[in-house]
Design a protein around this ligand. Structure first.
Ligand code: G3P
Length: 214
């Protein structure tokens, strides 16, 4: 499973990249607005830090507009992945971009049918939103599990990118479900490294060591 960070916060990206296990970045319009900076500038700076797929989302609602917005983004760096919404226009844009060998992440997926269509349109990543399904009383990770199963049925090469991840437990369940990628907020990313018994174990080893070498 690959680990992406779901943020446009440069300091958070540098910190996560320093662990050596960060594989890519996803951003969305809400995250870019939060950064308070120009879209292209943020994406360019991220591309200089992380050597992996960087999803940059278009905001047009029609296919032609999506394709037009994607052009300057693709020119920024070969690692840029165009993120389109799961709509008929988004799927048409995905099909057109895929034919041009541009990688696409189809986002806002809430159903197996949507994921299958994204795969059919040649998407590199299909992004089911776990947390937002949980928010309406459904089991978001269950959808990840179902998409993984459907993709295996047809030997689909599109990667299942579990998004809208809210907790370390989501990540654990996505790993068990067979997600290819999880994209996580910075706080959740760092939580994945720790366990109280690891901390307690280190403390005991160090105390024993110190008492022996007195
Ligand atoms: O990757 C999608 C993500 O940014 C949405 O997360 O927590 O706003 O549902 P959330």
């Amino acid at each position: 499973m690959k680990y992406f960070l779901d943020t446009a916060d440069i300091e958070a990206i540098k910190k996560a990249a320093s662990t050596g296990v960060l594989d890519g970045i996803t951003t969305n319009p809400s995250l870019i607005v939060k950064s308070g900076r120009k879209f292209e500038d943020v994406i360019r700076e991220i591309a200089g830090i992380v050597d992996g797929p960087i999803s940059a989302e278009v905001t047009a609602l029609d296919t032609a507009g999506m394709l037009e917005q994607s052009r300057p983004l693709i020119a920024i760096h070969p690692n840029i992945v165009i993120k389109v919404p799961m709509t008929e226009a988004g799927i048409a844009a995905c099909a057109a971009l895929s034919k041009q060998h541009v990688r696409v992440n189809v986002t806002l997926i809430f159903d197996v049918n949507q994921a299958m269509l994204a795969a059919h349109a040649g998407a590199t990543f299909a992004s089911p939103f776990c947390g937002r399904l949980d928010d309406i009383g459904q089991d978001g990770v269950k959808l990840v599990e179902e998409i993984v199963k459907a993709f295996r049925n047809y030997k689909v090469s599109t990667q299942v990118l579990a998004a809208s991840i809210r907790s370390a437990d989501h990540v654990r369940r996505c790993a068990l479900a067979g997600a290819d990628v999880v994209t996580v907020p910075p706080q959740v990313f760092h939580e994945l490294f720790s366990h109280p018994l690891t901390d307690a174990g280190i403390e005991k080893f160090l105390n024993d060591w110190k008492s022996a070498v007195k």
